[in-house]
Ligand binder design. Structure first.
Ligand code: PAF
Length: 274
C-alpha cells in the first residue's frame, strides 16, 4: 500500500486507465470505515482512501485542532483490508491558498437538521469532496449511510454537477448493543458509552410506532426528545422525514428517522430507515 501526501505523486501513481474506487475519510478510522473500504474494493481496479481533516467543515466553536490525527494506525488498518493507496494531503497541499471558491448546497437540503445546528457544515463537506473528486478522479466513491444528510447532499451534488462518479452508500455498522460506529465514540467514557445506545433505541422506538401505524409524527418526536432529555441527554432533534429529501413527509412517502443528541460533550448522530 502506498501512502501519498502530494497531488502530483497521486496522479503519477494512479495514471489514467484504471477505474478508481475512493473512500473519503477524516481518519481516526474504525470498523465502519473499513467496511466501506471492503465494499469499495471490488468496485474498482484500485482502491484509494483519503484521509484529510477538513477545516472548512468545522465551525469556529468546534474543535478542529483537537480532532484526533492517527495516520499511522489508520494506515495499518487500511493495509490490513487491502486498500491500495492512502491519499493523506497536508492542509497546505489541499488548500495552498484560502479556499474562496466553495460549493454551496441548496438551503432546503443543507440548512435543516445537521445544517441548522452546524451552519456552513455542508458547504465545507461539498467543497472538499468536489476537490477530492477532481484530484483523485474516482469512477466510484463510497460513503456511509450513518451520515444520512451528508450522503443525500453529496449524491445531489454529483447529479446536479454532472460528475462522472458512481455514488455507493454503505450501511451503518453497529456495536452489539446497537450503537452506530463513529469516530466520536472514542470520546465517550465508560458511563457515557453504556448510555450511548439509547439514541439508537429511541430511534428504533419511533420506527416501531410508525410501523405499527402511528401517524402522529409530532407526538413521536416529542416523546423521543423527552425520553433522551430525561436520561440526561441534550437532544438537538429527533425527526421523522422523507428519505428522498429529508423534508416533512406526506402520506405514502418512504421514511427515515434521524436524530442528533449531545451526551456530555460528545454529539452523536444516527438514523434508521422505516
Ligand atoms: O464523513 C466524513 O468523514 C467527511 O465529512 C468527509 C466526507 C470525508 C469530508 O471531509
Amino acid at each position: 500500500m502506498k501512502v501519498l501526501h502530494r497531488i502530483d505523486e497521486l496522479r503519477a501513481t494512479l495514471g489514467r486507465q484504471q477505474r478508481i474506487a475512493l473512500v473519503p475519510t477524516m481518519g481516526n478510522l474504525h470498523q465502519g470505515h473499513l467496511a466501506l473500504v471492503r465494499q469499495a474494493k471490488p468496485l474498482g481496479d484500485v482502491t484509494v482512501a483519503s484521509i484529510f481533516v477538513n477545516r472548512l467543515q468545522f465551525a469556529p466553536h468546534e474543535d478542529f485542532d483537537a480532532y484526533p490525527r492517527t495516520l499511522e494506525s489508520d494506515c495499518a488498518m487500511l493495509e490490513a483490508v487491502g486498500c491500495d493507496v492512502v491519499f493523506a494531503p497536508t492542509e497546505r497541499e489541499l488548500y495552498p491558498e484560502p479556499q474562496a471558491f466553495r460549493v454551496q448546497p441548496p438551503t432546503e437540503l443543507a440548512d435543516i437538521l445537521e445544517g441548522h445546528f452546524r451552519p456552513r457544515f455542508f458547504t465545507g463537506v461539498c467543497t472538499v469532496v468536489l476537490k477530492l473528486f477532481n484530484i483523485v478522479q474516482p469512477g466510484v466513491a463510497v460513503f456511509g449511510k450513518k451520515d444520512y444528510q451528508q450522503q443525500l447532499i453529496l449524491r445531489r451534488m454529483v447529479k446536479q454537477l454532472g460528475l462522472p462518479v458512481d455514488m455507493v452508500i454503505g450501511e451503518t455498522l453497529r456495536a452489539e448493543d446497537g450503537l452506530a460506529l463513529s469516530s466520536r465514540n472514542a470520546y465517550l467514557d465508560a458511563r457515557a458509552r453504556a448510555e450511548a445506545p439509547q439514541l439508537a433505541m429511541a430511534l428504533q422506538a419511533m420506527v416501531q410506532a410508525l410501523r405499527a401505524g402511528s401517524t402522529d409524527y409530532q407526538a413521536l418526536e416529542t416523546r423521543a426528545m423527552q425520553t433522551l432529555s430525561g436520561r440526561g441527554w441534550q437532544p438537538d432533534y429527533m425527526s421523522i422525514r422523507r428519505r428522498e429529501d429529508l423534508l416533512a413527509p406526506t402520506q405514502g412517502d418512504a421514511l427515515v428517522v434521524v436524530g442528533a443528541a449531545r451526551l456530555g460533550s460528545t454529539r452523536l448522530i444516527d438514523n434508521v430507515e422505516v
